[in-house]
Design a protein around this ligand. Structure first.
Ligand code: TPP
Ligand code: MG
Length: 650
């Protein structure tokens, strides 16, 4: 079981206002803390709690204590190592918030919308690999978590959501603020629980964290009835899990690995097709070794940016709808795809039956359901990518020792021609206005590869994937599977809470930003100094791009501007004023000459969140592009411009 291990945020201690004395109750003992705070409390419980305090002093010993269900919840969260919870209280979850106030280990961050809590938990988890935690009340509080749960599910992010539910006798009666959240989230969670007995709470939390963080990671929801939180129970820890049938396979089958290694060394045109699973498995070091051992080209999907250094000569960049010509072409012309933690998503394959027509497929994934889901695998390997790649390295070394070493000279000659001829690029707008690609490229260059970059969804997301150079895993966070507008601000907040020393930059769209920017208040109040670069093209740009290309420039409902404005340049909202209203620094940049200075100004501010409103040209487009549903062979490098695949024409 992966546990959160980093120390509690210093604020958690400061906020308690009670310095730890050697005589103070153990910080892990909520019952004792409650008795400590309220000596007039129920004497029987107080005595039991005092006993429990001694039991808790040795954390590795078995713990038993009489507590409320709510106390059991907070104790269990402490035991699994939670340091931060993002949430909003309400009637049904109120009992849980009371003991939370006493926890010196857990910092609760009061967000402004439950969607913000969910994405913050996701950003926290994506930036660290640890489980992110969010909390909400029943009914509308819980349903506001549906989008972030669906988002985390699509991108395999370990998140635990805790929701209060109406009391058990009201369940099914349309009680006030009742929603069947476990039913609603069934298709978008890895697993979920409805807990109605106080004695089940601690075990369920243990199981939820285990499920979220092992195997293919994903979100798990724990819905707890209010009466279960209020009733008294016995807290014991550790808890025996009751998860029959849950045994994720992490060790790959060695015969399959040997077969894959044989195919890799025999292939003339192999490609390592790397997906987000490599990041979730923390397998970047192994990937680098495998790539250098085999000499094969590497492509990293939108979810895998950073899994392999962009500066590495074997890296062809991102494949897919807005991928590089070299990466898309390599997949199309390959004779072998070594697919590592990727899932043949339609945004990568384009029209499936014309995808990589001559390639044999090695497909390694921790989730057996992914294998042969979209494309039949010749060699299926079920296992954790870190272990799979480590074993592949050994098996490839054995092939080399037998004298079987691939010769990829012709392959590289072709790939290098494509790379040289079709590098990523962009034209600056002719009217002198600011190029969005330039802004994003300069942010990447000035801020550097040690920062964490978080994108919204749209054109700016694609440019951030294309023009920022990623060198390290977990430095690029985005909503890849679901494409959730509104992800960036709260996810950046979560990442910054997890990594307070890192620069965290959200590259957001003017449309996306308007969906969740209320979390700027949370960032300002909770001292979470993120930087938000709004790529303000005045439009739902990605949709506008499709209207330009496929709907004859009929711009139905994509202009975000005020069409009645009498004064040119009227902005609704004015993002600078909005930032200031939220207690952040607001800056604006409208010309190329000012870009560097503004980025540097933002970089120098580390005690407040900063929002930069970059006013950019409305009609910049994301290229290359494979139109939805068409073949990757028909990729366009610019409008009506197809690559010359044979590389004859110069
Ligand atoms: C919640 C949600 N609603 C709608 C969409 C459809 N959609 C995808 S991109 C996009 C435009 C995003 O606009 P903006 O944030 O300004 O980014 P830009 O494309 O202009 O960079 C829309 C509406 C979505 N992905 N998510
Ligand atoms: Mg926009």
């Amino acid at each position: 079981m992966t546990e959160q291990t980093s120390p509690a945020h210093p604020k958690a201690h400061a906020a308690s206002g009670q310095p730890q004395s050697p005589h103070a109750p153990s910080p892990l003992d909520i019952a004792a803390r409650a008795a400590h705070r309220d000596p007039a409390g129920a004497p029987a419980q107080g005595a039991a709690a005092a006993q429990a305090a001694t039991a808790h002093d040795k954390q590795d010993k078995k713990v038993k204590a009489k507590v409320t269900g709510a106390q059991a919840l907070v104790l269990a969260l402490e035991k699994v190592g939670v340091e931060v919870v993002f949430g909003i209280p309400g009637g049904a979850v109120l009992p849980a918030y009371d003991p939370l106030l006493d926890s010196e280990q857990i910092r609760h961050i009061l967000v402004r919308h439950e969607q913000g809590a969910g994405h913050a938990a996701t950003g926290y988890a994506q930036a660290t690999g640890r489980v992110g935690v969010c909390m909400a009340t029943s009914g509308p509080g819980a349903t506001n978590l549906v989008t972030p749960l669906a988002d985390a599910y699509m991108d395999s992010v370990p998140v635990v959501a805790i929701t209060g539910q109406v009391s058990s006798h009201l369940i099914g009666t349309d009680g006030f603020q009742e929603a069947d959240i476990s039913g609603i989230t069934l298709p978008v969670t890895k697993h979920n629980f409805l807990v109605t007995k106080p004695g089940d709470i601690a075990r369920t939390i243990g199981e939820a964290f285990h499920l979220a963080s092992t195997g293919r990671p994903g979100p798990v929801l724990v819905d707890i009835a209010k009466d279960a939180l209020q009733a008294t129970t016995e807290f014991t820890w550790p808890v025996p899990f009751d998860l029959p049938g849950y045994h994720p396979v992490t060790r790959p089958h060695s015969r399959q690995v040997r077969e894959a290694a044989r195919m890799i060394t025999e292939a003339k045109k192999p490609v390592l097709y790397v997906g987000g699973g490599v990041i979730r498995a923390d397998a970047s070091a192994e990937l680098l070794q495998l790539a250098e051992l085999t000499g094969a080209p590497v492509v990293t999907t939108l979810m895998a940016r950073g899994a392999f250094p962009d500066s590495h000569p074997q890296h062809l960049g991102m494949p897919g709808m807005h991928g590089t010509v070299a990466a898309v072409g390599a997949l199309q012309k390959a004779d072998l795809l070594v697919t590592l933690g990727a899932r043949f998503d339609d945004r990568v394959t384009g029209q499936l039956d014309s995808f990589a027509p001559d390639a044999r497929i090695v497909h390694a994934d921790i989730d057996p359901a992914e294998i042969s889901k979209n494309r039949r695998a010749d060699v299926p390997i079920v296992g954790d990518c870190k272990e799979v790649i480590a074993e592949l390295i050994t098996a490839v070394q054995a092939e080399h020792a037998r004298g079987s070493v691939g010769d990829h000279a012709d392959w590289w000659a072709l790939l290098n021609r494509w790379r040289a001829k079709y590098p990523l690029g962009y034209d600056e707008p002719e009217d002198g206005s600011l190029s969005p690609q330039y802004v994003i490229e300069r942010i990447g260059q000035l801020v550097g590869p040690d920062a964490v970059y978080v994108a919204g969804v749209g054109q700016h997301q694609m440019w951030a994937a294309q023009f920022i150079r990623y060198e390290n895993p977990k430095t690029w966070l985005n909503s890849g599977g679901a494409g959730t507008m509104g992800y960036a601000v709260p996810a950046a907040m979560g990442a910054k809470v997890a990594l307070p020393e890192a620069q965290v930059w959200a590259i957001d769209g003017d449309g996306c930003f308007q969906m969740t920017n209320q979390e700027l208040a949370t960032c300002a109040i909770e001292d979470i100094p993120v930087k938000i670069a709004i790529i303000n093209n005045g439009n739902l740009g990605m949709v506008r791009q499709w209207q330009t290309l496929f709907y004859d420039k009929r711009y139905s409902n994509t202009n975000l501007g005020d069409k009645k404005a009498e004064v040119a340049g009227t902005r609704i909202p004015d993002f600078v004023k909005l930032a200031e209203a939220y207690g952040c620094i607001g800056l604006r940049c409208e010309s190329k000459a000012d870009v560097d200075a503004i980025i540097e100004q933002a970089m120098a501010i580390n005690d407040q969140p900063v929002v930069i409103d970059f006013i950019v040209h409305a009609d910049a487009m994301v290229w290359p592009m494979v139109a939805a549903g068409t073949s990757n062979d028909d990729i366009k490098v610019a409008r009506d411009m197809a690559p010359d695949w044979d590389g004859q024409a110069e």
